[in-house]
Design a protein around this ligand. Structure first.
Ligand code: MLT
Length: 326
C-alpha cells in the first residue's frame, strides 16, 4: 500500500515538475492566438491589435490563427482541445462561448469546463447596417420594407451562434419577420458582400462596420445599445426607433485550455493588462466604439463571472423567444 502511494507520488512528481518548469520559463516560443472567425473581421481586428502589444510584453511573437467556420465552434473546439501549455490561446466572444449553448443541440465543448479565462478584451456595440441602395431611409421604413418582403429579404450573419446571428435573430424576432439567412465564415466576407449589395442587411459589431459607414458604402439605421454612439450621433438606437427593449452588446475575451498552469495564465493576463493600458491602443479602439475594460476589470475572475452572467442571461432569453436549437 505504502509502496503504491510512493509510486503514485513519484508519478505525480514526474508530471508536475515539467509543468512547473514550463510555467517559470514561459514563454520560450511563439504563441498562437486562435480567432474562430475569418481574417479582417471584428474578432480578428481586436485580436491583432491587442495581440501585437501582448507579444511585446511577453517577448515572443504572437501568431493569429484564423480557424473559421460553424459559427466559431470549430475554432473554439480546437482551442479547448489544445495542449494546456500557454502556447495556444483563444480569443472569442459571447456568441461562441455563451449564446450558442441555446442554439445548438450539442456542442463539442463546454465553455465553462473546458476553458480557463485569462481576461476580457473589450465590449462592442452593434449596428444595423443596410446595403446602400435599399429603399428604406430610416428604421421605420426598414421595418416596413422587411415586413413587405418576407421570405425575400436577406440578412447576413457569421453562422449559428455568431454575434451577427444573435443581433439578427433578436431583430427579426422582435420585428416578427421571416427572412432569408445568408451565412458566412465571419463578418469580414459578409461585409464585402453587403457593400456590393449581395444581401439587404446585417447587425454587426461597430468596430467592423464604422469605416464602411463613414465611407458611405453602407448605411446605418440603428444601434444596438440603449444609448446612441458618439461615433454615430445621428443614428437612433433600435430601442428608441421602435423595438423597445432591443439591446445587444458583445464582449470578447482571452481563454486558454483547462489545465493551463496558473503562472502562465498570470503572465498572459499581465500582457493583456499591458495592452489595455496602452494609451495608443485605447485611443484607436475607442474611436472604433470598443469599450476597453480598466486593468482592474480585466482579471481572469471577472472574465469567468462575465461568461457565467452571459450564459445566465442569453440561454433563457433565447429559449423564451421560442428559438429552437439546431
Ligand atoms: C467576426 O469576427 O467575423 C465576427 O465576430 C463574427 C460574428 O460573430 O458575427
Amino acid at each position: 500500500m505504502k509502496r503504491r502511494v510512493l509510486l503514485a507520488a513519484a508519478a505525480v512528481g514526474i508530471v508536475a515538475a515539467p509543468l512547473g518548469v514550463l510555467a517559470q520559463a514561459y514563454p520560450t516560443k511563439p504563441i498562437s492566438i486562435i480567432v474562430p472567425f475569418a481574417a479582417g473581421g471584428p474578432t480578428d481586428a481586436l485580436a491583432r491589435i491587442l495581440g501585437a502589444r501582448m507579444s511585446e510584453a511577453l517577448g515572443q511573437p504572437v501568431i493569429i490563427d484564423n480557424v473559421a467556420g460553424a459559427g466559431g465552434t470549430i475554432g473554439v473546439n480546437k482551442a479547448a482541445k489544445a495542449a494546456p501549455d500557454g502556447y495556444t490561446v483563444l480569443f472569442a466572444h459571447m456568441g461562441t462561448l455563451a449564446v450558442n449553448i441555446a442554439l445548438y443541440k450539442t456542442l463539442p465543448y463546454d465553455s465553462k469546463k473546458d476553458l480557463e479565462p485569462v481576461g476580457l478584451g473589450g465590449t462592442n456595440p452593434m449596428v444595423l447596417v443596410v446595403k446602400k441602395d435599399l429603399p428604406a431611409k430610416n428604421f421605420a421604413e426598414f421595418m416596413a420594407y422587411v415586413k413587405a418582403n418576407q421570405k425575400k429579404a436577406q440578412y447576413g450573419m457569421a453562422g449559428i451562434g455568431a454575434a451577427s446571428h444573435l443581433g439578427g435573430l433578436m431583430l427579426n424576432g422582435m420585428m416578427k419577420v421571416d427572412v432569408l439567412e445568408i451565412p458566412y465564415k465571419g463578418t469580414a466576407p459578409a461585409l464585402n458582400d453587403l457593400v456590393s449589395g449581395q444581401f439587404d442587411y446585417m447587425v454587426d459589431q461597430a468596430v467592423n462596420v464604422l469605416p464602411q459607414i463613414k465611407s458611405g458604402n453602407i448605411r446605418a439605421l440603428g444601434v444596438s445599445t440603449l444609448k446612441r454612439l458618439p461615433q454615430l450621433p445621428d443614428v437612433p438606437t433600435i430601442d428608441e426607433a421602435g423595438l423597445k427593449g432591443y439591446e445587444v452588446t458583445i464582449w470578447n475575451g482571452f481563454f486558454v485550455p483547462k489545465g493551463t498552469p496558473k503562472d502562465i495564465i498570470t503572465k498572459l493576463n499581465g500582457a493583456l493588462v499591458a495592452a489595455l493600458s496602452d494609451e495608443k491602443i485605447r485611443v484607436r479602439l475607442t474611436e472604433l466604439a470598443v469599450d476597453l475594460p480598466a486593468a482592474k476589470d480585466a482579471t481572469p475572475e471577472a472574465m469567468r463571472d462575465q461568461l457565467k452572467a452571459s450564459i445566465d442571461k442569453w440561454v433563457p432569453t433565447i429559449k423564451a423567444a421560442g428559438i429552437q436549437p439546431q
